[in-house]
Design a protein. Structure first.
Length: 371
């Protein structure tokens, strides 16, 4: 028993628990709105009425990509809860440029927004669908399991939400479309609980899997959304390991000419959080805990970004400030769609500006001439 408790590889788990407890305590103390969002999501009342959410995009504004025109562009996005609604804005910008992505590499939250786009649905239609959602359309507390945690000693418990509503809601939009039927190849990492390994859901790996089921699996964050069964195993959100997946666009599909990278989870450039001065803080270990909890994931994201840059041209955008999704912001942006329209327009604007700037820096391709 003592050997198990003191296992060095459990240290990250302990730090994770401490850090999340501190985040929730800070969030409740500093932002009473979190409690309101949780109540509306978990215990909706008849008088709860969401205000109308305006259309996120202005009329289409076509623009030229200059030297990038005609090149294969892939979208590679991190997780990051509702902040990744910005991916819908990225798709809108590409539509305005007349570009159809050659692939999407998604993760966790970005799967909510990217898979419908990959199915060939226009950004405006995807935006209208998502902004019309209510929390009860995708938040389904497993009250029966929660009520029996003590009598059953929590056997089999792995998530507060069942996840079935997420899948049912996306079936309304996507029907029985399979991954192999996507208009644009799209992938997302999932993590195998029993064997502790990551796979990538997509048309080449699981062509018969319904897209709605893939969305549910991609966002099955441990302890928050219950794992999903596939091929006799239990699967969760692979973003807990690979938050910025590049393998799908480099190893599974043909490498693109340009990768439009969307970071909605870590500080710019996948920098770690700045913890300088932690020794002078009260309860210093709490601040060390947050660094230990994210060190491997952040480092893998930086390695993946460098690998992507070695293989192709990378245009990176960070349309939503890191502070919006850090700490309890990660959960708030899932429990309400209130800010999603703003994230969508931020993604559109950031993508247009970054692609235009990259095209200006890149010399035009000269046609070959014979002698």
């Amino acid at each position: 028993m003592l050997s198990s408790v003191l296992d060095v590889f459990r240290l990250r788990q302990y730090f994770d628990a401490v850090t999340r407890a501190r985040q929730w305590a800070d969030g409740v103390r500093e932002d009473a709105g979190l409690l309101g969002d949780m109540r509306r999501a978990f215990l909706p009342l008849p008088f709860d009425r969401a205000g109308p959410i305006g259309h996120p995009f202005p009329p289409a504004e076509p623009f030229e990509l200059g030297s990038l025109g005609g090149r294969r562009v892939a979208v590679v996005a991190t997780g990051g809860s509702g902040a990744l609604a910005s991916v819908v804005g990225v798709a809108r910008a590409l539509e305005e440029a007349g570009v159809v992505p050659c692939a999407y590499s998604l993760c966790s939250g970005s799967a909510l927004f990217g898979f419908p786009l990959a199915a060939g649905i226009a950004a405006e239609e995807v935006a209208a669908f998502l902004l019309g959602l209510r929390p009860q359309d995708y938040v389904d507390p497993d009250w029966r399991r929660l009520a029996t945690l003590v009598p059953t000693a929590a056997r089999g418990f792995a998530g507060m939400l069942a996840g079935e509503r997420i899948e049912a809601t996306y079936r309304r939009l996507l029907g029985d479309t399979r991954l192999g039927e996507l208009a644009v190849p799209a992938y997302a990492p999932i993590w195998n609980v029993e064997e502790n390994r990551v796979e990538y859901l997509g048309p080449r790996t699981h062509p018969e899997l319904p897209v709605a089921r893939a969305v549910r699996m991609a966002v099955a964050l441990p302890l928050f959304v219950a794992p999903v069964d596939l091929d006799g195993f239990s699967w969760c959100d692979g973003g807990i390991v690979d938050i910025f997946p590049v393998r799908p666009v480099l190893d599974i599909e043909a490498p693109p000419d340009v990768a439009l990278a969307v970071n909605g989870f870590y500080p710019p450039g996948f920098a770690g959080e700045d913890a300088r001065g932690w020794q002078d803080r009260r309860a210093s270990i709490l601040y060390v805990a947050s660094q230990v909890r994210t060190c491997q994931q952040a480092e893998l994201a930086r390695v993946n970004l460098e690998r992507l840059r070695q293989a192709t041209e990378v245009v990176m955008i960070e349309p939503v400030p890191y502070e919006v999704v850090s700490g309890v912001g990660f959960y708030r942006q899932f429990l309400t769609v209130r800010d999603w329209a703003g994230f969508m327009e931020s993604g559109r604007r950031a993508a247009r500006e970054a692609l235009a700037a990259h095209a200006r820096r890149r010399p035009p391709v000269r046609a070959a001439t014979g002698r």
